[in-house]
Design a protein around this ligand. Structure first.
Ligand code: ZN
Length: 210
């Protein structure tokens, strides 16, 4: 059986749910399902990043935060090496007005002997509207403060979207809390966030898969 020639990788990926892209073993993007990609980019305030413009880019340059890049490099390497045929995990990718639970799958596509490409598919499992939290309006808060007024950036876990709360009063240690709780506790909704991975996600998402 042969495929009709019109069935390109891009069209096939469009038929799949969510954001779907294929990379080569070093992480360079080879093909993207443009419908899912465009929706994702618009939702995340990156509508300038069209699906055509990301082909040839490394998936790792699209990620923010050194520990996050490192986590994805390790997951990708586990699939490329064949140690893991497929890795799946749930993660959060909130927008200012909704909590979104996502499921990522990273699958190796094997040639005659080795993994020749890696398929990424990110699907939304649920989206629950909530009162707007400015913290997640990524592109609107840049440069709101003068640099001299800038506080220490608050770490945000890219996987669970919790923030590291560092209470000013002594005796209580820092802990990872949800954004709504952060704002309730007196956290600055305009604070600068720095993307990272919390210990719990490092232990539960990354460690078992690499
Ligand atoms: Zn986390």
């Amino acid at each position: 059986m042969t495929f009709p020639v019109q069935v390109t990788a891009g069209k096939l990926f469009n038929a799949l749910e969510g954001v779907v892209y294929l990379t080569n073993p070093d992480g360079t993007i080879l093909a993207v399902g443009d419908q899912g990609w465009t929706r994702f980019a618009v939702d995340n305030g990156a509508s300038g990043l069209t699906s055509d413009s990301v082909i040839g880019m490394s998936i790792f340059t699209a990620l923010a935060g050194e520990p996050v890049v490192d986590a994805y490099r390790r997951l990708h390497a586990a699939v490329v090496s064949g140690r893991r045929a497929e890795i799946t995990f749930e993660y959060r990718c909130d927008s200012p007005i909704a909590e979104r639970l996502m499921r990522m799958s990273i699958t190796g596509i094997t040639g005659d002997t080795a993994v020749v490409a890696v398929l990424y598919q990110s699907q939304m499992l649920s989206e629950v509207a909530r009162p707007a939290i400015r913290l997640f309006a990524r592109n609107t808060k840049a440069a709101r403060k003068h640099p001299e007024e800038a506080e220490q950036p608050v770490p945000l876990c890219s996987f669970c979207q919790r923030l590291l709360w560092r209470p000013r009063e002594g005796g209580r240690s820092a802990r990872w809390i949800a954004a709504a709780e952060f704002v309730q506790a007196g956290g600055d909704a305009d604070t600068t966030l720095v993307e990272t991975i919390c210990q719990e996600c490092a232990d539960q998402v990354v460690a078992p898969n690499v």
